[in-house]
Write a protein that binds this ligand. Structure first.
Ligand SMILES: *Cc1c(COP(=O)(O)O)cnc(C)c1O
Length: 423
């Protein structure tokens, strides 16, 4: 598509957008008495207007039934997590028995590493990206220490080359080859939270398996943003959060994927709890853990129904919109944003903005390295009703998301930035 940096063109794209009615389904925060330009859906997605009803229904059932709500609620709490299997399977490209909604993201990272980071004296290293999201770094470091190894020795980080901002697949693959005999686990963010780069998860998994290494992904910035095929790519495990692109509310329930090859393997160690125990005998309350032979067998505690109700409200909207429609619009929004940023650079004698998100491997997030007046522009954005995200030293991350952002949002954002840069 040939883009134009004009309000007429942006409005025309909005008019043609088959998903345009979905914006109405969300509460858009107000700034200075008008709708904000909300570009932080990659940090906390907005609230669907239906969420309240979903949550209130559970509150009503709790009021009406008390403990009997486990059986008599409209969506019985005993099996509440089961309502997510089909929808989550679609979102991450899995079989329904390979996914379960449970816990929080970092908690799940730990539980999954208990099962899938199985270091031996010889093979104990973890290959990951340099500057991974801090929570992931802490989880990896502490797991390594827990097994009696030292992080400085056991962590192999792959970084972008000097002067570059994204990882080259070839560099990840050569790190895997180089360390194949000493590596126990490969764990990357499927989409890098800082640069927005989408990794070639399929090639990484293939290379890992060729070297006999287990491979998992943190999908926090990938889920609901880009197409995923966890099962077909043969990934061993993955986890994600639901409060970013999945709009399920602050601290919303996380989800995990465990490959079918592993789900009924009782030899894989795990930290067990009663909700992972075989349903038929769970309430016999007896000794001897018998895991459910699906990803559900990794559950520990009973389901957090109130936060899961919000999750359900959001997943129903994803289903209505259609994942492929959403991903296509997300690409178009971020392509339009790239075009506008290029146009701003082209209109100046010096380069003002370095886009560090690779144009050919992105979802809807664009990360801009501000070469001039970074913090000043960021502050001005907020005053002008734009919610974006600042990362030290001078990166602004923006995510125009397909469910509620518009091409006009992107155009107006460009106007504010070019005005700031030209004064
Ligand atoms: C958002 C995010 C987290 C947050 O972890 P919580 O346990 O949900 O607080 C962790 N890792 C990555 C990569 C993230 O993007």
């Amino acid at each position: 598509m040939i883009f134009e940096n004009t309000i007429e063109f942006a409005k025309q794209l909005d008019e043609q957008d088959t998903l345009k009615s979905f914006r109405e389904k969300f509460y858009i925060p107000f700034i200075n008495g008008k709708d904000s330009i909300y570009f932080t859906g990659n940090s906390l997605g907005l609230q669907p207007k239906t969420t309240q009803d979903y949550v209130v229904n559970e509150l009503e059932d709790w009021a009406n039934f008390g403990v009997e709500g486990h059986f008599h609620a409209r969506k019985p709490w005993l099996s509440y997590h089961e309502i997510f299997a089909e929808q989550l399977a679609k979102v991450v490209g899995a079989l329904p028995e390979e996914v379960v909604a449970m816990n929080q993201l970092t908690v799940n990272l730990h539980f999954l590493m208990v099962s899938f980071y199985r270091p031996s004296k010889q093979r104990y290293k973890i290959i990951c990206e340099a500057k991974a999201f801090p929570s992931d770094q802490y989880a990896i470091e502490s797991q390594i220490k827990f097994h009696g190894f030292t992080p400085a020795d056991a962590i192999i980080e792959v970084a972008p080359r000097a002067g570059e901002y994204s990882l080259r697949t070839e560099d990840i693959l050569s790190a895997i080859q180089q360390h194949s005999n000493e590596t126990a686990l490969i764990l990357f963010g499927g989409v890098n939270y800082y640069s927005g780069q989408v990794l070639d998860m399929e090639s990484i998994t293939k290379a890992a398996h060729a070297a006999g290494i287990t491979c998992g992904f943190d999908l926090a910035h990938a889920v609901g943003n880009v197409e995923l095929k966890m099962h077909d790519w043969d990934v061993d495990f993955a986890c994600w959060c639901s409060y970013k692109y999945l709009n399920s509310g602050p601290g919303g329930v996380s989800g995990v994927f465990i490959n079918k090859r592993h789900i009924d393997n009782k030899d894989i160690p795990r930290f067990a709890g009663w909700w992972g125990h075989t349903k038929e005998t769970r309430f016999k309350m007896e000794k001897g853990f018998e895991p459910i032979p699906t990803a559900e067998g990794w559950q520990v505690s009973n389901a957090p129904v109130l936060s899961m109700a919000a999750h359900k409200a959001s997943l129903d909207i994803f289903e209505e919109a259609g994942l492929s429609n959403l991903f296509a619009k997300g690409q178009l929004l971020s392509d339009y944003l790239l075009f506008i940023l290029n146009d701003i650079n082209a209109g100046s004698t010096e380069k003002l903005i370095e886009v560090i998100t690779p144009a050919n491997a992105k979802g809807c997030q664009v990360s801009m390295l501000m070469l001039k007046k970074g913090k000043e522009i960021f502050e001005a954005l907020k005053q002008n009703g734009v919610l974006a995200d600042w990362r030290e030293p001078n990166v602004i991350r923006v995510a125009p998301v397909p469910l509620y952002n518009t091409f006009t949002d992107v155009f107006l954002f460009g106007q504010i930035i070019s005005k700031m840069l030209s004064v």
